[in-house]
Design a protein around this ligand. Sequence first.
Ligand code: NAI
Ligand code: MG
Length: 354
Amino acid sequence: MGSMFRIAAIPADGVGAEVVEAGRAVLDAVTGPGIELSWTEFDWGCDYYARTGRMMAEDGLEQLAGFDAIYFGAVGWPTVPDHVSLWGLRLAVCQGFDQWANIRPVRFLPGVTSPLRKADDTELDWIVVRENSEGEYAGLGGRNLAARGRGSEVAVQSSLFTESGCERIMRFAFDLARGRERRRLTSVTKSNAQQYGMVLWDEVFERVAADYPDVETDSCLVDAMAARFVLRPEDLSVVVASNLHADILSDLGSALTGSLGTAASANLNPERRFPSMFEPVHGSAPDIAGQGVANPIGAIGSAALMLEHLGFPDEAARVNRAVETVTAAGVLPRDLGGTATTKDVTSAVIDALG
Ligand code: NAI
Ligand code: MG
């Protein structure tokens, strides 16, 4: 008896199309008669914007609502201002579907030299959990050009922290930490400078921690955390942070593993009222788009996170092991110092699935 899943693919812009194609090929190879994926592709993104003035169809969320998951590439192209493309598509989906937890594993691969020279892929392994619905990305604020005139303009961009928003992401992170070998959760804060939002964040963390006596906790200022990612990453297991802090820290984490191109992420609606979305951490990389050299490992890792979410942890583990076999054998794309193309890496991963 097989199960059938409807997946919406949104490659969007730049290398998005190249890496989504790679991830789909791996998914189709790892699934069989037991798990059937039925794909529908949407052509939303910056080209669609040029034709229609919108980043996605007006009823886009309704069109996506019936899918079991969304597989996303990357959004953004120099022809459209970045805040328009990001808010018009990716953030519209994340916020519209209440995908409030963003999971970003920092994964060190064998055969890839980290700028952390002593890094050992068997010892370093942590996950950034990003609050994905509010905080600095609440979209609150405004600009006042008319009243003050050019040259004196003022803009306000406020953060929104709710007790329930903090609590649900922290419980999610504690549950994740509880299931790992190293039961430790580190909270990222900036309450020394941001005395309202971040102090509430700290208080909720302390309160929720009381329900998880079996998980070790600590709290770290975001600037110190950036240094700790580089200088002392051995004791990290799960790191929970606000929307903006986690966005920046997870780029740092993926750069430490060798390249932004290897980092995967899942935007989850944990209640499963809406489809969740799986995407590489990187953007549309206009500087290398169209050349066939994009690193597909982040997109492939995101496909593995999607398999896990759909209830297939064994297949997800097979995909992750295949990626490790390939990097350990030295089949590396350009951003990791190798010469393999997107297609070379993808077919090597498919071969390694066994
Ligand atoms: P980016 O992630 O696209 O590129 C940063 C650097 O990493 C570039 O040098 C690029 O060549 C390299 N890189 C990224 N992905 C790679 C891959 N798979 N293989 C090899 N090298 C890779 O970030 P950037 O340049 O700041 O932004 C470009 C566009 O992407 C902008 O429009 C931005 O708004 C958008 N963006 C979209 C995101 C999303 O859809 N989730 C996330 C980040 C940026
Ligand atoms: Mg980012």
